[in-house]
Write a protein that binds this ligand. Structure first.
Ligand SMILES: [Zn+2]
Length: 428
């Protein structure tokens, strides 16, 4: 069987436009905002019911004990599997169902999912319910077309990606849902644009640094020790040493946008001294504590130990050289970079499909931020994983987020074609 055999599938996808829009709208209308993790159960049951009617075996998996899991906000996931009845690999489409808070600045109702001029608006339209809807339509068309497929296809809708994925993909990976005997290739329809293939993401280290001082009367600061000034010394070292050192490092990872090809450090917050009272009157004291949260994004060429060591060394040196400098540092989050080989089957199959359908060679990119690939890679030990979906990267988490219907149609064709090539072993 060659390309010819997918004509029927593509025709079915085009004819499904109304159904695709409806499906995407239905998904957006579940306000699955995380935190707190709202409406997950209703959303996964909607997905599960639909796929059950199309011959999938459906499992609902609650991540008991995961962060945030409770009676009011249970962490529900759905995994649906379709067996073709013939020997072959398994292609898995994974989408997270949670969305971030709406925030200000919307001109549309974030949960009405209005269709205006070929775009569907709403929180999660781009990131990533548009991608989830497209993958479902893609797989349904592939099955309905009557092509003799091999192996199995899975679709999952998972919890908590926006808060680290512990109650979602990490939980499923720990339970073996991404193990070798079950899944071979994974496509995550995150919003990385319809004509690009995302191989992976940079690493993350979040930490809290606290400097200590000694409280005293604000009129006699020489009798105390100012924790905020100690933090100022830390920041001076960052400016003089750390930032220039990071700026000198470039990655071979094809990270977008350009600025993210380097190591980056965001200072998320600084809290020092006592708060102003209700009347806005300042506290007349020398601060005895100052806390800073740092968000360090690192490259595949860097080791987490070195990344931490660089900051720890600055602090240790200050403790030796600066009078009264006392500090603590606490790790908050660690994510190792993940990057799938550009010759991996899922990359080649998807790149080829994009070329066939959109008539252009796709850019192979990496994401500046992380997504659930880390858990599939590290816990599931499955390295044939990419992100590919219809959403526009820059619109994620923004007000008036939308997904373009034509992009959903095109990405559905790409996903169907990529899945077909992988299932049939037609990856060249
Ligand atoms: Zn996302």
């Amino acid at each position: 069987m060659g390309e010819q055999s997918l004509d029927k599938t593509f025709e079915l996808i085009e004819k499904s436009e109304v159904a695709l829009v409806r499906l995407c709208q239905d998904l957006i209308r579940f306000p699955t905002v995380n935190p707190p993790g709202n409406d997950y159960q209703a959303c996964v049951e909607y997905i599960g019911n639909r796929l059950k009617n199309r011959g999938f075996t459906v499992e609902y998996i609650r991540a008991y004990g995961a962060p945030g899991d409770c009676a009011d906000y249970p962490r529900y996931n759905v995994v649906a599997r379709y067996e073709t009845g013939r020997q072959g690999p398994c292609v898995h489409f994974n989408s997270h169902i949670d969305v971030v808070e709406t925030g200000d600045g919307w001109t549309k109702d974030p949960f009405a999912a209005e269709l205006i001029d070929g775009k569907i608006y709403g929180r999660g339209a781009c990131d990533m319910k548009g991608g989830l809807a497209a993958s479902i339509i893609a797989v349904e068309a592939l099955i309905e077309s009557g092509i003799e497929l091999k192996g199995a296809i899975e679709i999952s809708g998972t919890a908590d990606e926006e808060s680290g994925g512990l109650g979602g993909v990490a939980y499923l990976a720990e339970k073996g849902y991404f193990s070798k005997d079950r899944v071979d290739h994974v496509i995550i329809p995150e919003p990385l644009n319809v004509d690009r293939v995302c191989l992976g993401h940079r690493g993350v280290w979040w930490a809290e640094i606290e400097t200590h001082g000694r409280i005293a009367h604000g009129s006699m600061p020489f009798l105390g020790d100012c924790a905020v000034r100690h933090m100022g010394a830390v920041m001076t070292e960052f400016e003089d040493k750390l930032y220039p050192a990071m700026a000198a490092r470039y990655t071979s990872m094809p990270v977008v946008p350009e600025g993210a090809k380097q190591s980056t450090l965001n200072i998320n917050s600084i809290h020092g001294g006592q708060e102003e009272g209700n009347e806005g009157l300042p506290a007349p004291c020398v601060p005895d504590s100052c806390r800073m949260i740092i968000d360090r994004r690192f490259l595949v060429e860097e080791q987490l130990d070195d990344v931490k060591g660089e900051v720890r060394e600055i602090l240790a040196t200050l403790a030796k050289t600066r009078d009264g400098f006392k500090y603590e540092i606490r790790d908050m989050l660690e994510v190792i970079p993940s990057m799938t080989d550009e010759n991996a089957p899922v990359v080649r199959a998807t790149a080829k499909a994009i070329e066939e359908i959109l008539g252009k060679k796709p850019d192979l990119i990496c994401s500046p931020g992380t997504y659930d690939q880390k858990h599939i890679d590290r816990i599931g030990n499955l390295q044939d994983c990419i992100a590919y979906g219809p959403g526009i990267l820059e619109l994620a988490h923004q007000p008036d987020e939308y997904v373009v219907v034509e992009d959903m149609i095109n990405s559905a064709k790409v996903m169907a074609s990529a899945a077909y090539k992988l299932l049939m072993g037609e990856v060249d």
